[in-house]
Design a binder for this molecule. Structure first.
Ligand code: CMC
Length: 432
């Protein structure tokens, strides 16, 4: 295959180098394009734009493949633990026993938030969205924890990433306790990462919560499946903020805000709202599907993906896990029945088939979270906890790269050309 692409423009011919990835993906390197032709590229939504070369995650959207550092997501979901997968993503290799022990010890050591941070929770109004609390508190945590500022400088990234992962988990659980008027639970030293989170969420002063292994495993799997997804909206946000040399906590806090939207991480709670509406209103599935097809502002939440044009491999794993968890816990959730019926109808409907819309990671994840007792408004917070290793890995990759520059896209300006200032008394009221 050719190693350059030829562009003919305005009487000139230029050669642009082709960059080939280790999995055969090819891209045109246009870094010299503007200097040589005066042209820029225009790609709103970045559907065809590679913002970086990365070695963290690989997705083949046509074949439905997702790998972290080369390892298939199916193997990691079946065999790994969230903290081990986090290590893999951040540092590039599965840890040796000694490395894993050291990393877990750091997670435990740094799991407390600064006592002064407890008072910050009191400043939020009742019913404040947990994602708003999480992003604000992560930003605030940066003020108390200088190690979260620029960890690459001192070579302290392992400690900083353990601090971030662990404290974010403690903050997330605390935001839930505060939102329902319960005292904040301190983390325990004897529990691993996921079980400890469940303890901080659900233990009461008079009753310790003892999570069942089924629940811990299901949540751990869920976190693994969310741990990275290459250049998605929130990760690209983290990388962009990082590119300005802002601190790690500033970048992660920005990522949390980007994740919040319903087209991204917020889709998991939007799916449950959609299923609950169908359940409570009695609207039939054909009528809802018809509404999605005709009123184009209504979307089938949990369906479609920018990159996956076949199935989302995470959705397959979650659907199976969902079945297993509900069976193991003896729960019958009518929303699961509805979700399966919706999926069946959509997968055979020309509208969805022709647009290659399949269930994504969020379609079934909410049903698992409901089954293990996580309230709907915490779903996107769970996504954020899961995505934390990915954000950390990308932050580190960006900061340690030798050719990283500040991210600064260009635009094609379509506004007024130059015009002269008009004094206020001479401006017309109506501009029709
Ligand atoms: N329901 C109905 N129509 C849809 C949907 C949907 N869920 N998703 C896409 N379409 C239609 C869209 O209207 C468009 O139709 P047309 O070509 O006639 O205008 C076509 O399919 C292509 O859609 P798009 O919006 O150009 O695709 P995109 O790549 O920009 O958007 C998406 C991807 C995930 C934002 C979108 O599929 C969506 O809104 N899905 C629902 C929200 C959701 O489940 N988000 C979670 C994504 S996975 C978790 C994560 O990574 O955050």
């Amino acid at each position: 295959m050719a190693d350059t692409a030829t562009l003919h423009y305005d009487g000139k011919t230029i050669e642009l180098p082709i960059v080939t990835g280790t999995e055969g993906e090819r891209g045109v390197d246009i870094r010299e394009l503007r200097a040589k032709t005066g042209l820029i590229t225009l790609d709103s939504g970045y559907g065809n734009t590679g913002s970086t070369e990365s070695s963290i995650a690989f997705i083949d959207g046509e074949k439905g493949i997702l790998r972290y550092r080369g390892y298939p997501i199916e193997q990691l979901a079946a065999k790994s633990r969230f903290t081990e997968t986090a290590y893999l993503l951040i540092f590039g290799e599965l840890p040796t026993p000694a490395q894993y022990t050291a990393f877990r010890a750091l997670l435990t050591e740094h799991q407390f938030m600064h006592e002064a941070l407890h008072f910050h929770f009191d400043g939020f109004p009742e019913n404040a969205p947990p994602m708003a609390i999480l992003s604000a508190m992560v930003s605030a945590a940066g003020c108390f924890d200088p190690a979260l500022a620029h960890p690459e400088v001192d070579g302290h990234f392992m400690e900083a990433s353990a601090r971030m992962m662990s404290k974010v988990r403690t903050i997330a659980a605390a935001s839930y306790c505060k939102s329902i008027g319960r005292p904040i639970n301190y983390p325990r030293f004897d529990l691993p990462y996921t079980a400890n989170f469940l303890h901080m969420m659900f233990s009461l002063p008079h009753k310790q919560y003892e999570p069942s292994p089924v629940v811990v495993d299901a949540l751990d799997k869920l976190l693994i499946l969310h741990a990275d997804h290459e250049q998605n909206c929130s990760t690209s946000t983290v990388r962009m903020v990082c590119s300005s040399r802002a601190s790690l906590s500033a970048a992660v806090s920005s990522g949390i805000n980007a994740l919040w939207g319903p087209l991204h991480g917020g889709a998991n709670s939007a799916v449950i709202e959609m299923l609950t509406h169908l359940h409570q209103s009695g609207e039939s599935i054909p009528s809802f599907i018809n509404r999605v097809k005709t009123d184009r502002t209504t979307r089938l939440m949990g369906f479609g993906h920018r990159v996956y044009r076949n199935f989302d491999p995470r959705a397959k794993i979650i659907k199976e896990a969902c079945d297993n968890v509900l069976k193991a816990l003896g729960i019958h959730d009518p929303l699961l029945d509805l979700a399966m019926q919706l999926e069946e109808v959509a997968l055979h409907d020309e509208f969805f088939v022709s647009r290659k819309l399949y269930p994504n990671v969020d379609f079934y994840s909410g049903i698992i979270m409901r089954a293990i007792g996580i309230p709907t408004d915490m779903f996107t917070v769970m996504f954020a906890l899961g995505r934390m290793p990915g954000w950390l890995a990308h932050w580190r990759e960006y900061r340690t790269s030798t050719d990283a520059r500040i991210d600064r896209p260009r635009q094609i300006y379509q506004g007024y050309t130059q015009r002269d200032y008009v004094a206020i008394e001479k401006r017309k009221e109506s501009r029709d």
